[in-house]
Design a protein around this ligand. Structure first.
Ligand code: FEO
Length: 173
């Protein structure tokens, strides 16, 4: 049985994951407004991934006999100064999410809730990938800087990203 404190903390994390999707959808529209459809595509897939993260927490609460309580979402930013500024915001946001996951892990360890410690291991690894992917985009955007040709080519490159549903969620989507 999950403690009430852990149930509340995981519900807050569900809000944070859905907020991440909301933020990345806002960025999708920002890039579409500039006809940078490859970056928009990358972020649309990122938003979908965030929803699968939320679903993973929802399924965990259900498996442990706890309740899901959804709460109001904060409004995301909708404008950024440049493509680089937008991806710097992605990287910063992912670092914040890593901090939230680490706090959840600390709580699970304090409570000797080994099932939750085990469950959270996946998110610890996932955040390494999330930060690396965002940082890669920042570094590439810095390389192309403001050259329109470079931005155009990078936009085409990131248009190849595909969405892969994690096997344990097959059947839910
Ligand atoms: Fe769900 Fe991008 O962290």
């Amino acid at each position: 049985m999950l403690s009430k404190r852990m149930e509340k903390a995981i519900n807050e994390q569900i809000n944070a994951e859905i907020f991440s999707a909301y933020l990345y959808y806002a960025m999708t529209s920002y890039f579409e407004s500039m006809t940078l459809n490859g970056f928009a595509h990358w972020l649309r897939i990122q938003a979908l991934e965030e929803l699968t993260h939320a679903q993973k927490f929802v399924s965990y609460l259900n498996d442990r006999g706890a309740r899901v309580h959804l709460s109001a979402l904060e409004g995301p930013d909708n404008e950024w100064d440049s493509p680089l500024a937008a991806f710097e915001a992605v990287y910063e946001h992912e670092q914040k999410v890593t901090g939230l996951i680490n706090k959840l892990m600390e709580l699970a360890q304090q409570e000797s809730d080994f099932a939750t410690v085990n469950f959270l291991q996946w998110f610890i690894g996932e955040q390494v990938e999330e930060e690396a992917a965002a940082d890669e985009m920042v570094q590439k955007l810095k390389l192309v800087d403001k050259t329109e040709g470079g931005l155009f080519l990078l936009d085409q490159e990131v248009n190849n990203r595909s969405f892969v549903l994690m096997p344990e969620l097959t059947g839910l989507f």
